[in-house]
Design a protein around this ligand. Structure first.
Ligand code: HEC
Length: 125
């Protein structure tokens, strides 16, 4: 194909795109992907309560608040979890531990219904 024919073909292809057509594919509408927050944009709010600010300060340093919101742990499981996170580097002052534990156990206990996982279709469908 001559250079001129290539240029014409390129022009015709481009000219057929309606104005404003994004050149990159976006997540298809109506799928769960389009409802997922983009990474790093926003953290789900923590419910009110004494201990909320402690949780924000001590626990949202390394991961999102969803890590707390999605749990359904008993008080003894939260105790173990809190100690594990402190072992991993979470900074919780000894005098704040009881308030934080109380907040976590009450807000994200076995009856917690705050977190509803989005069901994603298997990839390829
Ligand atoms: C020093 C970093 C760090 C801090 C601070 C931290 N975490 Fe974590 N946390 C992690 C890592 C790493 C994981 C594992 C993440 C994964 O598996 O994707 C995790 C996972 C979790 C999980 C999921 C269960 C598990 O054990 O994997 C919970 C619940 C949790 N953290 C609660 C907390 C709470 C409550 C605090 C505040 C007291 C906190 N985290 C502070 C690093 C941290």
């Amino acid at each position: 194909m001559s250079r001129r024919a290539l240029l014409t073909a390129g022009f015709l292809l481009t000219a057929r795109l309606p104005a404003g057509t994004p050149l990159r594919a976006e997540a298809p509408q109506g799928t769960n992907e389009s409802r997922l927050p983009s990474l790093g944009s926003e953290s789900a709010p923590l419910p009110a309560g004494a201990g909320k600010n402690l949780a924000l300060a001590s626990c949202s340093v390394c991961h999102s608040t969803e890590m707390l919101r999605q749990q359904r742990l008993s008080r003894s499981q939260w105790t173990a979890e809190l100690n594990k996170m402190i072992g991993w580097g979470a900074r919780v002052a000894p005098q704040d531990k009881a308030v934080l534990l109380d907040y976590l156990a009450k807000r994200f206990g076995p009856a917690n219904s705050r977190f509803r996982p989005l069901l994603s279709p298997p990839s390829g469908e």
